[in-house]
Design a protein around this ligand. Structure first.
Ligand code: ZN
Length: 257
């Protein structure tokens, strides 16, 4: 290996043809962060890259890092997620996972990148080997949000910082729910809630606790918690990204979630 060349393990998250014979590939690497690179002549010669330039592949890649587009010199497949690629539901889930990760994670490297690589790796392993469901998806969303520093405030009022509790001065149980603002990125306590002019979704305390816990441990979502989480997490992400991901639309249409 020459100077300025690194071998790193990574997960391919996006891949497109470029010009006559090249490919442009984005991957989340374990050691070098998020890399966008060009694989010259990749479509003519399969020898240097084998099947490693497609989504849902764990690869070892030899890279010459550069600002902008890095050069991808050769690579080999370490794990090919065959069960994902063979199952249309898994493809929809997986495409959203990759798309979300690509949209939230900036180019280059920072201290959290190794964690993000392992988080995505473990999500793809689960998708490959297990029944995947909406709960797994919500868990991935809150974990990646917390890794990139966009974690919503589920249990503390984003206006005054106070720990929230079910609104007590209300009449019905439904009314005890706590107001969450997707645009502000968190909940409001009963007092501050009165002064908010944002659109709020009213969510039960139990669901908020589940979402908070999901950032660091395996939780099981009740049907009710899934229903409520679906009302706040995707809108919050869309707000952060400034757009709604098409892969989420597809997933919702196919899975009805
Ligand atoms: Zn408050």
């Amino acid at each position: 290996m020459k100077m300025n060349e690194n071998t790193t393990r990574g997960l391919v998250i996006k891949c497109s043809d470029y010009g006559e014979s090249d490919k442009i590939v984005t991957f989340i690497s374990r050691d070098l962060g998020k890399i966008r690179g060009i694989a010259k002549g990749a479509r003519r010669s399969l020898k240097r890259f084998g099947g490693c330039l497609e989504q849902f592949s764990l690869v070892d890649m030899v890279v010459r890092p550069r600002d902008g587009l890095s050069l991808l010199l050769e690579g080999k497949v370490i794990r090919n997620y065959k069960k994902i690629k063979a199952d249309i539901d898994k493809i929809f889930y997986g495409t959203y996972l990759l798309d979300l990760t690509n949209s939230l994670v900036g180019d280059g490297h920072d201290d959290n990148m190794k964690d993000i690589f392992h988080l995505l790796l473990s999500a793809l392993e689960t998708l490959e080997e297990c029944e995947y469901d909406e709960g797994c998806l919500r868990e991935y969303e809150v974990r990646i949000l917390s890794k990139v520093g966009y974690m919503p405030s589920f249990l503390n009022c984003i206006s005054c910082g106070k720990e929230v509790e079910p609104y007590r001065n209300r009449i019905s149980t439904m009314d005890m729910n706590i107001g969450f603002s997707s645009s502000k990125g968190g909940v409001f306590c009963e007092l501050c809630e009165k002064r908010v002019d944002d659109r709020l979704e009213f969510i039960s305390f139990g669901t908020l606790k589940t979402l908070e816990a999901a950032t660091h441990k395996k939780v099981s979502f009740t049907r009710h918690a899934l229903l409520e989480s679906g009302k706040i997490i995707p809108p919050f992400i869309s707000h952060r990204l400034g757009k709604r991901l098409k892969s989420l639309d597809f997933l919702e249409r196919v899975k009805g979630i």
